[in-house]
Design a protein around this ligand. Structure first.
Ligand code: SAM
Length: 290
């Protein structure tokens, strides 16, 4: 029987012995529920031929479960006071590499090469620091690293926004930015009582699987995301009003002509448009790119 770091008695003992104080600014909420940890690990589907990146190992509660799968795990932790703790709690795992760094500041391409088998499928599994969920996801996506999968815990509300489908009031720029590259679904929700300390929001595990190629083909990716941003600038305004705000009032007749041609009604709201619709819209509006 393995002694679990996440066992509440053991967690409290570790924290006490190291005189650890939780730092709110780092979004520290440690998992203490064996069922949830098992479910996260199973959702990630790890084998000894998987490379795992973990963001924010804390005292190693989730890390231990990941390591028990025999996958090779590389964990990035910003809080220097956690490093000696992790060196103690995970000392007997040789499939572990700890990096003392801010995930947003590292060049991930460089670190991937430090896995024993850099060519193995790569997954990100983490209980994220919630205050930077979106910056972390964008950092991972923008790195252009071919991650196979993300299985990450975040604030439930953000998970719902990322996985939202057109027509939903949560659907917006963030859903499109992620779903363009990945298939996203909420795997399960998690109550706030399974953490120490308890966060003041509910949580969810979001599973994102990389698409073989982006969902749609466009002339210019940056322009697609720019058009999406303009279209959602004011959620209660119509599409034409948002586009006019973005491209200037004088552009109205021209925009109306383009919308008519691609059969998108000017009076709709951006939230009803699928990513495919946005691709057509962005391509048709490309002459407005400065
Ligand atoms: N994985 C642990 C668990 O589940 O019990 C801890 C999760 S806790 C929600 C988030 C962790 O991310 C903390 O350990 C925190 O110090 C760390 N963290 C916060 N910002 C970070 C950053 N920019 N880079 C790396 N780690 C960060």
């Amino acid at each position: 029987e393995i002694e679990r770091i996440s066992n509440i008695i053991r967690t409290q003992d570790i924290l006490r012995r190291h005189n650890f104080n939780f730092k709110k600014k780092f979004g520290q909420n440690f998992l203490t529920d064996q069922n949830i940890l098992t479910k996260i690990t199973e959702t990630a589907g790890l084998t000894k031929e998987t490379n795992v990146i973990e963001i924010g190992p804390g005292i190693g509660s989730l890390t231990q479960y990941l390591l028990e799968s025999s996958a090779e795990v590389m964990a990035f932790e910003i809080d220097k006071s956690l490093i000696p703790i992790l060196e103690e709690t995970l000392f007997n795992y040789n499939n572990f590499q700890l990096v003392s760094a801010d995930i947003l500041k590292v060049d991930l391409n460089e670190y991937i090469q430090k896995f024993e088998h850099p060519d193995y499928p790569l997954k990100v599994v983490a209980n994220l620091p919630y205050y930077i969920t979106t910056p972390i996801l964008m950092h991972l996506i923008n790195s252009k690293i071919p991650f196979d999968e993300f299985v990450v815990m975040m604030q439930k509300e953000v998970a719902d926004r990322i996985a939202a489908k057109p027509g939903n009031k949560e659907y917006g720029g963030l859903s499109i930015a992620v779903q363009y590259y990945m298939e996203a679904e909420v795997a399960f929700t998690v109550s706030r009582t399974v953490f120490v300390p308890a966060p003041n929001v509910d949580s969810a595990i979001l599973k994102m699987v990389r698409r073989e190629k982006p969902l749609v083909e466009v002339k210019d990716e940056d322009w697609l995301f720019k058009v999406v941003k303009i279209a959602f600038a004011h959620r209660r305004k119509t599409l034409i009003n948002n586009l006019m705000q973005g491209f200037g009032k004088e552009a109205k007749p021209e925009i109306e002509k383009i919308l008519l041609k691609i059969e998108i009604a000017p009076s709709i709201r951006a939230e009803v448009l699928s990513i495919q619709d946005f691709a057509i819209l962005a391509d048709a509006l490309i002459k407005f790119k400065k």
